[in-house]
Design a protein around this ligand. Structure first.
Ligand code: PHB
Length: 399
């Protein structure tokens, strides 16, 4: 068998999702070399349907670091959301409450912008690799992998960034005695669809009802993205179009509001949970994004949190290579985790406030409506929601 081909770089990045590519891009701009490896093909990542609400800080990172300004041209700026319960809609006006907005711009587009920019800059990004194993994170890190042509490599680096998503292989390199995992399971999942229909609303509608939660989001003038709460073991094949629209109608229609319906062109069940891996660093390995934490999608924080990790990690690496000081790298985990737990709290709160557990008793249902009423009838309640939704992670911009 031929010997492994050796490649050396400064930062080896596992995972070419938004976190891995953004880190590679920022490092390149600061003159730091990186190699990114990814088990999926570029096409597979481009075809995965993902969520897409970006905080202003995330948009700024894309635009200011020169990835692309397509988000400003083609993304939709949203100045608020609607909370709908008891058959009535209540607008949470972000602009009025905290002077901020968010952008609806799907994660797939963020990936495509980053992948195109890395390609244009000659970045070393290798898709469709196999047999990835990470070694020696406490000493001189190396990563073994096989590329799409079957050639075996050893990638040697000063540091490894584990940005390999919620099924991360990297996080298992951290010895059990040095890690603690936090989990929270929810007794529901989301049934997500893409439908060929006009927009029902210009802004997102987060709806609570006795039949469960629903979220009305958008993609284009003619394709809409919507979700309703379902059992985690639900099988999409049991859901005809008629049954799907019935579920949506019973959760959002009423008092003059009617969803615009159309052919369902994609349907899927999205399971979720809250998860945090601590610490986010061990030896030369730094975890970023879903590899270190996942949040339920209700707070729209997942992608923002991943990009925020990358911002903090980049500052640490940049400072190390410019000054030789590892102080910022040493504080990476604590700085990132502070935001992670804020995002966990917000996502947990939005999820539990808006979903209806199948076994909810009369007290918990009435209390939940009391909570929703408290939020929408208090300016301070609405300000908390608006602040957390628009600028939880990049607080310097907020109020
Ligand atoms: C989406 O558009 O897919 C989306 C928006 C907001 C969320 C989750 C998903 O909280």
């Amino acid at each position: 068998m031929a010997a492994r081909k050796i490649i050396t770089t400064q930062v080896a990045i596992v995972g070419a999702g938004p976190a891995g590519l953004m880190l590679s891009h920022l490092l390149a701009q600061a003159g730091v070399e990186s190699t990114v490896i990814e088990i999926r093909s570029r096409q597979e990542i481009s075809e995965t349907v993902r969520a897409g609400i970006l905080e202003h800080g995330t948009v700024n990172m894309l635009v200011d670091s020169g990835v692309s300004d397509r988000v400003l041209r083609e993304g939709d700026r949203h100045d608020g959301i609607e909370l709908r319960f008891n058959g009535e809609s209540h607008r949470i006006d972000f602009k009025d409450l905290v002077g901020e907005s968010v952008w609806l711009y799907p994660q797939t587009d963020v990936f495509m912008d980053l992948a195109a920019r890395r390609e244009a800059d000659g970045g070393d990004v290798r898709y469709s690799v196999t047999d990835t194993t990470v070694h020696d994170i406490e000493g001189k890190p190396k990563i073994w992998f096989t590329d799409a042509d079957g050639t075996e490599y050893e990638l040697q680096a000063d540091f490894v960034a584990g940005a390999d998503g919620s099924r991360s292989h990297c996080r298992f390199q951290i010895p059990e005695a040095h890690r603690k995992w936090y989990f929270h399971e929810y007794p529901f999942a989301w049934f997500g669809i893409l439908a060929e229909a006009p927009r029902s609303s210009d802004e997102l509608i987060y709806a609570n009802s006795a039949n469960g939660f629903a979220l009305i989001s958008q993609r284009t003038e003619t394709v809409q993205r919507m979700y309703f709460q379902c059992d985690p073991n639900e099988d999409v094949n049991n859901w005809s179009e008629e049954r799907i629209w019935d579920a949506f109608r019973s959760r959002v229609n009423g008092n003059g509001f009617e969803l615009k319906e159309g052919p369902v062109i994609d349907k899927m069940v999205l399971k979720f949970r809250s998860f945090v891996h601590t610490p986010m660093r061990h030896g030369k390995l730094f975890l970023a994004g879903d590899a270190a934490h996942t949040v339920p999608p209700t707070g729209a924080k997942g992608l923002n949190l991943a990009i925020h990790d990358v911002k903090v990690l980049f500052e640490g690496l940049d400072s190390f290579y410019k000054t030789g000081s590892s102080a910022l790298l040493d504080s990476y985990s604590d700085r990132a985790l502070e935001r992670v737990w804020k995002a966990q709290q917000f996502s947990y709160w939005m999820t539990s406030m808006l979903h209806t557990p199948a076994d909810a008793d009369d007290f918990s249902r009435a209390r939940q409506l009391g909570e929703l009423n408290s939020v929408v009838s208090s300016r301070h309640g609405k300000v908390y929601l608006a602040e957390a939704y628009t600028c939880l992670l990049y607080t310097s911009r907020c109020v």
